[in-house]
Design a protein around this ligand. Structure first.
Ligand SMILES: O=P(O)(O)OC[C@H]1O[C@H](O)[C@H](O)[C@@H](O)[C@@H]1O
Length: 538
């Protein structure tokens, strides 16, 4: 059965509305309604979401909100909050919001309040941060730690890595935090280059503690350490973050130095858990707490704000409109903030691993497009690389512009220019440049150039303005996209919390490894795979 939502009156009304909207241009919509910004923007929790440059009218939004009600997103929110196993293919609850819960009210999982465990681990993280920052934690030779290397991949890497860069202005001065993820030895080797074993601490971060990349890197890091300091040094130079404490102990990490989290925290939602430890070490525990508070504020907003004032709901509905009614296949994430330079990578996992699926909750195809390809780079760098295609490549590419009112690194003369570029790009994408305007620009001298200078415009975008990139606002921003992703899962009838698509390649890699090592024959392989393996024989 296809997604039942597509059979509703609201979906049919939107199909009709989309047909009627075809042919309208954003430039005309702005010209005919001077109040467009006022009616198609939202201010909540100190954030401004301007979606007036999306190809919508107030009627589009009214119909989309009907769809929201028809999909019973509120029902899914209630099931999630109640700790139901809404990740039904893995029989798991989804409770990452408990990690940032700010009240003394219980959060129940299987009838038990999870909050005492959450607070216990937070207290452990705080005392560890205090020990490192206070230089009480000493390495095997008695020296304090100057460099922390987080070894993890996917959700055990992208969140803290992205947030560490985002909060660079809040960095603790005495420790440097590095991230290693790739199985390619180049990642670990180049990171260790220049570090001293005596002053380096490794955080091995893995929900399962079985991930091949992380385990390989952890073993190699351990060999690097023990080669100069001996086996006994491991306990002063390795800590772990995991749900699998047995495997942590088997690796030789002292259980006292294991930071626990739980099955009800999905990898891509784990920044708020002990997976955030390297971030807390990078920016201090107080800033980590502010991040949690910002996320909690967004949780409350998502839960309580009516759909027409709800930031995540609006983002989700606009994406559904662009995807299912306008046919967009990708979305560009364009932060006008160097500090948010890794945001698009983070959102790639959050959104594409959550909703890059075709099979619905009932095990049958949903029958429509789902998650677009998420990609992007910070402005203004992207302007000098791929914006050409967004402006004149003829594809529909909705864009998320993200900017901060205040600079986090306030060098004179930079921020105003940055904002000017950000707003100019969304304006240009919206307006375009007509043949007449292009003609007038080139003048009589070079009329042949005019067609090259025409910009179709009508390229939709949303601009999100934060007060500044700070721990609290970053928490809000990430939680905003989390809720958007969850809401789209509900609308598209997907289980946003499993990731079976990641498994197949892993299975095949473990089958190919003994063949590449020369321990098994190539029999049964397709000719391409066999040919590639043969070409790598020493
Ligand atoms: O934290 P780990 O268990 O090492 O998992 C790391 C990552 O790998 C898996 O393959 C999943 O696709 C990700 O969702 C996960 O974040």
């Amino acid at each position: 059965m296809t997604n039942p939502l597509t059979q509703t009156a609201a979906w049919a009304a939107l199909t009709e509305h989309a047909a009627a909207m075809r042919g309208s241009h954003l430039r005309d919509l702005f010209a005919s309604d001077p109040r467009r910004f006022a009616s198609l923007s939202l201010e909540a929790e100190g954030l401004l979401l301007d979606y007036s440059k999306q190809r919508v009218t107030t009627e589009t939004l009214r119909l989309l909100r009907e769809l929201w009600r028809a999909a019973d997103v509120a029902g899914w929110q209630a099931r999630l909050a109640a700790g139901e196993a809404i990740n039904h293919t893995e029989q798991r609850a989804v409770l990452h919001h408990a990690l940032r819960h700010q009240h003394c009210t219980p959060v129940l999982f299987e009838g038990r309040d999870v909050m005492p465990d959450v607070h216990r681990v937070l207290a452990h993280m705080k005392s560890f941060c205090d020990a490192i920052h206070g230089r009480h934690w000493r390495g095997a030779t008695g020296e304090p730690i100057s460099d922390i290397v987080n070894i993890g991949i996917g959700g055990s890497d992208l969140g803290p890595r992205m947030a560490t860069q985002a909060l660079a202005a809040h960095r603790h001065r005495d420790v440097r935090v590095h991230y290693v993820a790739n199985l390619d030895g180049a990642d670990l080797a180049t990171t260790l280059d220049g570090l001293q074993p005596r002053t380096t601490l490794f955080v091995v971060a893995s929900k399962t503690f079985t991930t091949q990349e992380t385990m390989q890197n952890a073993h190699s890091a351990r060999a690097w350490l023990t080669a100069s300091l001996g086996e006994a040094a491991v306990e002063r130079h390795f800590v772990a973050v995991s749900t699998n404490l047995e495997a942590v102990a088997a690796f030789g990490i002292d259980p006292v130095n294991a930071f626990e989290f739980w099955d009800w925290v999905g990898g891509r939602f784990s920044l708020w858990s002990a997976i955030g430890l390297p971030l807390a070490l990078a920016v201090g525990f107080a800033n980590f707490t502010r991040l949690l508070e910002g996320a909690a504020a967004m949780d409350r907003h998502f839960r309580e704000a009516p759909v027409d004032e709800n930031l995540p709901a609006t983002l989700a509905l606009l994406e559904l409109w662009n995807t299912n009614f306008l046919g967009a296949e990708s979305r560009a994430v364009l932060p006008y903030s160097q500090s948010l330079g890794l945001l698009s990578r983070y959102l790639q996992q959050l959104e594409m691993e959550s909703n890059g699926k075709q099979v619905g909750r009932d095990g049958t195809p949903v029958g429509h497009a789902t998650c677009p390809v998420v990609w992007g780079e910070p402005g203004t760098n992207g302007q000098h690389a791929f914006y050409q295609l967004i402006h004149q490549g003829g594809r529909l590419i909705p864009c998320d512009f993200i900017a901060a009112r205040r600079a986090d690194f306030a060098l004179p003369g930079h921020h105003e220019k940055l904002l000017a570029n950000c707003f100019a790009q969304s304006e240009a994408l919206m307006r375009g440049k007509t043949p007449v305007e292009a003609q007038a620009e080139v003048g009589a001298a070079q009329p042949a150039l005019a067609p090259y200078k025409v910009f179709p415009g009508n390229q939709p975008s949303t601009t999100l303005l934060l007060p500044a990139i700070e721990p609290y606002t970053l928490g809000q921003l990430v939680a905003l996209y989390e809720h958007k992703t969850f809401a789209l899962g509900a609308l598209w009838n997907l289980n946003s919390f499993d990731q079976w698509g990641v498994e197949y390649g892993k299975q095949l890699a473990s089958r190919l490894l003994p063949i590449i090592e020369g321990k098994a024959p190539t029999t049964g392989l397709d000719s391409s795979t066999a040919g590639l393996i043969a070409a790598c024989k020493p």
